[in-house]
Design a protein around this ligand. Structure first.
Ligand SMILES: NC(=O)C1=CN([C@@H]2O[C@H](COP(=O)(O)OP(=O)(O)OC[C@H]3O[C@@H](n4cnc5c(N)ncnc54)[C@H](O)[C@@H]3O)[C@@H](O)[C@H]2O)C=CC1
Ligand SMILES: O=CCc1c[nH]c2ccccc12
Length: 303
């Protein structure tokens, strides 16, 4: 079994595994009506068998059915308890009726509860879904009360969105899942400080952006140098940099060997020094690149 570090959530001191298997982007289908994607089911089962315990899903990915099927098969075959897994999902198109969206997600996941339920994005809630953030959050708090979700949080919230939410939240979000890699690090500084102050854990998606979505950028030489210095892959260095800042990382691959190797990133025998981290920070600050939720995608995360 792997030694993925566990972090603690502020709401009820629950443990959250620091490395998660993502079922968006590369697996995205966008259609909840379609049949099971057997390749994804097999990949999730393989991930669980090798030690992943944290799965990241969302209503809009169209992958909740596959996540549910993989979990059901894995728990039956391994005889493990549901409580050994940490399942995150998110609501977006269902924000106009959060209670129904959560019930629909639970049905697709074949689960009685999810460990973490996130508001997928704060953008244009009134225009798109006819609701305010305050109304949405009240429903999230009710879901928490009902036990259908064990923890509540947000995703893609900018500093001003978190500030607005904290002005009326009875229960603070325990997680903000955001795009986080060296090319957004400098721009996210204030947000990260504010979240830390308010005990909101950062979960990083697109942690590999500098080698997947924007190659040949200014961090490549230092990532290469550190990969050689520690005898690790570029992916290991990028994930370790992110985890060293205290963040959860969400990544994915359909290649079992790669997935297995990423589980070792948290091992204590491999550490980046403060100087290594500073060098990656400085190189990353030379470029601003964001993959998701740009203005063209209907988002507003550009700085
Ligand atoms: N809350 C939100 O709005 C968002 C959440 N997410 C979540 O985060 C997860 C991860 O996001 P990604 O952008 O996919 O993250 P990522 O930066 O980890 O990239 C993953 C991609 O890298 C590829 N890859 C992995 N290892 C590789 C290697 N050694 N060499 C070459 N390619 C490699 C994989 O095949 C996959 O396509 C998603 O599956 C989803 O669950 C993603 C985007 C937005
Ligand atoms: O969660 C990540 C990005 C994403 C991919 N497809 C959609 C659809 C609607 C909202 C977000 C996303």
């Amino acid at each position: 079994m792997s030694n993925v570090p566990l972090l603690t959530l502020s709401t009820n001191n629950a443990s959250i595994p620091q490395i998660a298997f993502g079922t968006g982007t590369a697996w995205y289908r966008g259609n909840n009506e379609s049949d099971i994607n057997q390749t994804l089911v097999d990949s999730i089962k393989a991930a669980l068998q090798m030690g992943y315990r944290h799965l990241d899903a969302a209503e809009v990915y169209g992958t909740e059915k596959d996540v549910g099927e993989a979990i059901k098969q894995y728990l039956t075959e391994s005889k493990e308890q549901r409580s050994s897994l940490f399942v995150t999902t998110k609501v977006f198109v269902g924000l106009g009726n959060v209670q129904k969206a959560a019930d629909d997600s639970l049905k697709r996941l074949q689960l009685d509860y999810v460990d973490l339920y996130l508001v997928h994005a704060p953008f244009s809630l009134k225009e798109k879904f006819g609701v305010t953030l305050k109304e949405v959050w009240q429903h999230m708090e009710q879901l928490l009360q009902s036990g259908k979700v064990k923890n509540i949080g947000v995703s893609n919230f900018r500093l001003q969105d978190v500030e607005e939410l904290l002005s009326f939240a009875k229960v603070k979000p325990c997680v903000n899942q955001i795009e986080f890699h060296p090319y957004v690090n400098a721009q996210s500084k204030e947000l990260l400080e504010y979240c830390k102050k308010n005990k909101i854990l950062i979960a990083s998606y697109a942690p590999l952006a500098s080698i997947i979505y924007h190659k040949d950028g200014p961090v490549d030489p230092i990532i290469e140098e550190l990969a050689k210095k520690y005898g690790k892959s570029h992916v290991h260095i990028l994930l370790k940099w992110n985890m060293s800042k205290g963040n959860v990382v969400i990544t994915t691959s359909s290649k079992p060997d790669r997935l297995k190797s990423y589980l070792t990133v948290g091992d204590e025998d491999f550490k980046l020094t403060d100087d290594d981290i500073r060098k990656i920070d400085e190189a990353g600050a030379k470029l601003y690149f964001r993959k998701y939720w740009t203005e063209e995608m209907g988002g507003k995360t550009s700085h």
